[in-house]
Ligand binder design. Structure first.
Ligand code: PLP
Length: 396
């Protein structure tokens, strides 16, 4: 028989995945072009062509035993050097190769960071709405995730509320900027307030509280929005980055952690993270992709195409009378449900072949999330269906 923990997880299997399956079912009945599936954050835009070119060059250039072999748990030095140099160039930081640990995507990186920091019974804080997997990641280490609601109007984290939730057991605060599911970018002002509040709590309690900054959407920002580099504002920061979205490589499972020398017990944390990267069921990040992604670190997917989608969907839905948070980053639109129970809204949309995800899946009922990493045609063609949905609610 399976474990009790997995019984619970199997019973509550992700609503996002369920919606994705529903999309496939509806496409089988009505044709894919007549189903408007905004449920999954699976990038629809191709990886930059430099990725394939770099992979081919690496296959020609490198010894097979090096390219496909085991390496130091933290990853290839040459990949980590390229990452550190890029961060230093872009953010004025001073990271060296020891501060970078190549990971199996952001999910792998987050689990490595949490494995390194958490004892059973410890607490991790996050800001709701939040990426639902955080709860599973934290409970992987028999610790508890506590969610503190963001400001209701701006969806920025509320530093005072967050500080009030800190206890002597709080070891980590997971922040996600730009944010999934809201598309909001946490501003410099917000980060400064959070940093000050957590510094004060550390002093008061005599503990170390690490911010784990989950940043797979860092490069996907619009209207000149700036995503503060948190290590510059708060000493005890670990950054979890991934190329899943910025290079459209989610299946390749590649990212990195930044583990600064300035954080408390840095040496211990860095060496423990390298062991975590070996014992969680994966052993180092995929070798070929470490080198390919690091060499393409200054490339990016077509951000203008995402921006175009963002404007089409945001403006289109607002004109129809839906209330949306202004998205400045990632590829999600956060929409207030026109009726209190957003699950009913999701069901009504489904009747128009529109699929999106209930806010309850992000610990924030009353809202829904639309992922606009879809084709432009899907957005344009969905508008008559959204108009019919809006009419059902008497909007506009
Ligand atoms: N964190 C957030 C907020 C995400 O949205 C995702 C994926 O959608 C991840 C982490 C996991 O990213 P990766 O595919 O790089 O593991």
């Amino acid at each position: 028989m399976i474990s009790d923990r997995m019984k619970k997880l199997a019973a509550g299997n992700s609503a996002i995945r369920a919606m994705f399956e529903e999309g496939k079912r509806l496409a089988g009945i009505y044709g894919a072009e007549n189903v408007y599936d905004f449920s999954l954050g699976n990038p629809n835009f191709p990886a930059p062509k430099q990725i394939n070119e770099t992979i081919k060059a690496l296959l020609d250039e490198k010894e097979s035993t090096y390219l496909h072999g085991y390496m130091s748990n933290a990853g290839f030095e040459e990949a980590r050097e390229l990452v550190a140099a890029s961060l230093n160039r872009r953010f004025g930081t001073a990271f060296g190769v020891n501060n970078i640990l190549m990971t199996v995507g952001a999910a792998g990186g987050l689990n490595v960071a949490l494995c390194t920091l958490l004892d059973p019974g410890d607490e991790g804080l996050t800001v709701s709405p939040y990426f639902v997997e955080y709860g599973n990641y934290v409970s992987n280490f028999s610790a508890k995730l506590i969610a503190v609601p963001a400001d209701e109007k701006t969806f920025q984290p509320d530093a005072d509320k967050l500080a009030a939730a800190v206890t002597a057991k709080t070891k980590a605060v997971i922040l996600n900027n730009p944010n999934n599911p809201t598309g909001v970018v946490y501003s410099e002002e917000t980060i400064k307030k959070l940093a000050a509040a957590l510094e004060a709590k550390q002093k008061e309690l005599g503990t170390s509280i690490y911010i784990i900054s989950d940043e797979p959407y860092r490069e996907l920002v619009y209207d000149g929005a700036v995503v503060p580099y948190i290590t510059k504002y708060y000493r005890n920061t670990i950054v979890a980055y991934s190329w899943s979205k910025s290079l459209s490589l989610p299946g390749e499972r590649i990212g990195y952690l930044v583990l600064p020398d300035e954080m408390d017990d840095a040496e211990l944390v860095i060496s423990a993270a390298s062991i975590s990267n070996r014992i969680l069921g994966f052993v180092n990040a995929p070798s070929l992709m470490q080198l390919a992604a690091a060499r393409c670190i200054d490339c990016s997917v077509d951000i203008e195409a995402y921006d175009n989608n963002r404007k089409l969907l945001y403006n289109g839905l607002r004109e129809l009378g839906f209330e949306c948070a202004k998205p400045e980053g990632a590829f999600y639109l956060w929409v207030r449900s026109p009726e209190p129970d957003e699950k009913k809204f999701v069901e009504k949309a489904k009747a128009h072949n529109i699929l999106f995800v209930q806010g309850s899946s992000f610990a924030c009922p009353g809202y829904v999330r639309l992922a606009y990493c879809v084709s432009e045609a899907t957005i344009k063609n969905s508008m008559p269906a959204f108009a019919a949905l809006a009419r059902e609610y008497g909007l506009g």
